[in-house]
Write a protein that binds this ligand. Structure first.
Ligand SMILES: *Cc1c(COP(=O)(O)O)cnc(C)c1O
Length: 393
């Protein structure tokens, strides 16, 4: 019950144990095409170029940034938590000129703040996180795409922590490029990064297409712009691998592809709206429950992600001792936190397979017991009752 990774859906675990097939076996290429179609639905996009980057979510982030930004290119990163700092760090390593704006942890940006910063810094790209698990906040994106189109800036978003448990509408919100991972609300293991790329983003990276020697033939034209600094994360080459030409790049991580495919099928079987509603219901129950434990939730609750809540550690208890007892006495993991929040809040998730009433109730009941034994004062029974009332019982 931490902020991710969380328990996998059982059907995703089963998919992982499926026998391997060769990467050009028609079964495998069929699965690749099917996975592209499934993730178009997950991302709510018509983008043809919707595929998997092999690696954890950070691999998707790095591929998105390194394929687009050439050394010296300007990028704006609005930072509202740890992962904004990660986008900054990756863009700096790529040699981009990075401009940042920040709000305090626990808050999000207004579209006007981002518009003003674009006008001030004139970036080629805005790189932003949707849900930052480090603060539990969900950045509203619906208005930012419009601003970026109007000012001719590429909008890239890391939706890893939020997709599947909170609305994410790539095309309606005019987002040019998105990357995610499996280990949050999609309920899979870490190790595959689904991404989607729209025309405006593709126009930029296609000018940097330089197919590697050994697979290049005389029909392949080199792009006019600089070669992408990374081979592994070279998205034009990865696109050519997933496309009709099937130009060899890496060997597709077959087991992870089975997983990613299963995560998408699982989400679409439930229905995206139903899955978001389930995350909201269980997130609301957990929020009511922690208040019932006489704990104070962290941050601007009106912008909280459905799938994780931050909770101030009461002054009279040792936060790590509580986590330790939850894990070792009750087999329930809750999260610690990073940076300025380290030692100040716990983070409790309700996501993917664990966004369920039984998980919420047993976590609250266990936490009540552990907190009581550590001297924290609360009204016994109130947490579970508060959660029950959110469930309408
Ligand atoms: C959890 C999380 C990640 C995870 O990255 P990994 O490389 O899979 O560890 C990335 N971005 C955000 C916003 C996250 O919350």
């Amino acid at each position: 019950m931490g902020p991710g990774p969380i328990n996998c859906y059982p059907r995703v675990l089963s998919a992982m144990s499926t026998q391997l097939v060769g990467q050009y076996d028609p079964v495998m290429t069929g699965y690749m095409n099917e996975t592209m179609a499934l993730y178009r639905q997950v991302f709510m996009t018509q983008n043809q170029q919707t595929l998997l980057v092999d690696g954890t979510s950070r691999a998707g982030i790095e591929a998105m940034i390194v394929s687009c930004l050439e050394p010296g290119d300007r990028v704006l990163v609005p930072i509202f938590g740890r992962f904004g700092h990660l986008l900054t760090e990756i863009a700096e390593r790529v040699g981009a000129k990075v401009f940042t704006i920040e709000v305090a942890w626990g808050e999000v940006f207004k579209a006007e703040q981002i518009e003003a910063a674009i006008k001030q810094f004139d970036p080629k790209m805005v790189a932003i996180v949707q849900g930052d698990t480090s603060t539990t906040m969900l950045q509203p994106l619906a208005d930012i795409g419009e601003v970026c189109r109007r000012l001719d800036v590429i909008l890239y978003c890391d939706g890893t922590a939020s997709i599947g448990g909170n609305a994410f509408e790539t095309d309606n919100w005019k987002i040019d490029a998105v990357s995610v991972g499996l280990q949050k609300c999609l309920g899979g293991p870490s190790g595959s990064a689904p991404i989607t790329m729209g025309e405006r983003y593709l126009d930029i990276i296609n000018k940097r297409r330089h197919i590697e020697l050994g697979i290049r033939d005389e029909n392949h034209q080199a792009g006019q712009n600089s070669r992408i600094q990374s081979n592994y994360f070279d998205l034009p080459m990865i696109i050519d691998y997933w496309g009709d030409e099937r130009l060899n790049h890496h060997t597709e991580a077959a087991s992870m592809l089975y997983c990613a495919r299963e995560c998408a099928i699982n989400l679409l079987d439930e229905g995206i709206d139903n899955c978001i509603a389930r995350h909201k219901l269980n997130g609301d129950a957990m929020l009511a429950g922690v208040k019932g434990l006489n704990l104070k939730p962290f941050g601007d609750i009106s912008n909280k992600m459905n799938n994780v809540v931050g909770v101030y550690i009461p002054e009279n208890v040792d936060g790590e001792a509580i986590r330790h007892q939850m894990l070792h006495d009750f087999n329930i993991e809750i999260g610690t936190s990073f940076g300025p929040l380290h030692g100040k809040i716990w983070r409790i998730g309700t996501m993917g397979y664990n966004a369920r009433q039984d998980c919420v109730l047993s976590t609250l009941q266990s936490l009540e017991s552990v907190l009581r034994r550590n001297g924290h004062k609360m009204k016994l029974g109130e947490a579970v009752d508060a959660a029950f009332s959110v469930y309408g019982k």
